[in-house]
Design a protein around this ligand. Sequence first.
Ligand code: SAM
Length: 293
Amino acid sequence: MTITNQSSFQGKPDGKGKLYLVATPIGNLEDMTYRAVRTLKECDIIAAEDTRQTRKLLSHFEITPSQLYSYHEHNKAASGPELIRFIVEGKNLALVSDAGLPAISDPGAELVQLAIEQGIAVIPVPGANAALSALIASGLPTTSFTFAGFLPRERKDIRNVLAGLRQVQGSLLLYESPHRVEKTLVHLQEAFGNRRVVLARELTKRYEEFVRGTIEECGVWLKEHPPLGEYVIVVEGESRAEAELAGAAWWQEMSIADHVNHYEAEGISRKEAMKKAAADRNVPKRDIYNSLL
Ligand code: SAM
């Protein structure tokens, strides 16, 4: 790897523009920062996840974009390189998502990578973020935490991901839709036991609410108060007692197939995954191969 150095505001002009990652409110328009407004006014191009949504925001802040492009999950492969070309040619580009920080459970990370490959300066313009807003008011430990975003859709994948997170000792942050929050609590209870949890809903909006209790208690609460709005789920990390009690490995209750799938889901090859599972279990690799035949 070659080391690279970005001096965001000191570098000599190189003719290229910059990529600004601009946070927008997650519900309350007062959370728009002065710097976000100025950056959006000054940039040559705004790239937005949903241009209609962003137009409303821009018009609220009396920002008239010179050019508004769409950049979302389904066009990012084609749109990304085009946007990068504009920046290389000298245009300053601001990327916004529908809400909060671009590149956090929103498109943006790939554009950042492309920009860095082209030696383009990437400038964060911070602001609202749902996960951290939930965490700081949750009452659960904030010294260390893991952000896992949205869980996968399939039961098997959910179980694998949660099995990998079971031994995380800091708070766990998840994004969830109202349709799935109850099911997710069931998965969390299966994977972690009845830990403390906080359901943070409609942050910064009129119906903002924090429901704090055990997973079981919050499940009962949701039966009586059907989920509405957007949720962040903050889950207490593994306690020392749990860790000692568990003593055993996180994969112990998994089948060999799930154990291997878990590693594959992290992005390594099946062969490597089988090797790792064999090492965890302290058994010869061929035992793993054979049991998967
Ligand atoms: N980029 C955003 C950020 O920085 O927070 C997250 C975007 S992600 C596509 C949307 C998810 O974030 C929602 O499904 C919900 O889980 C969470 N979220 C966004 N706004 C929220 C709010 N006002 N209250 C609670 N959760 C919110």
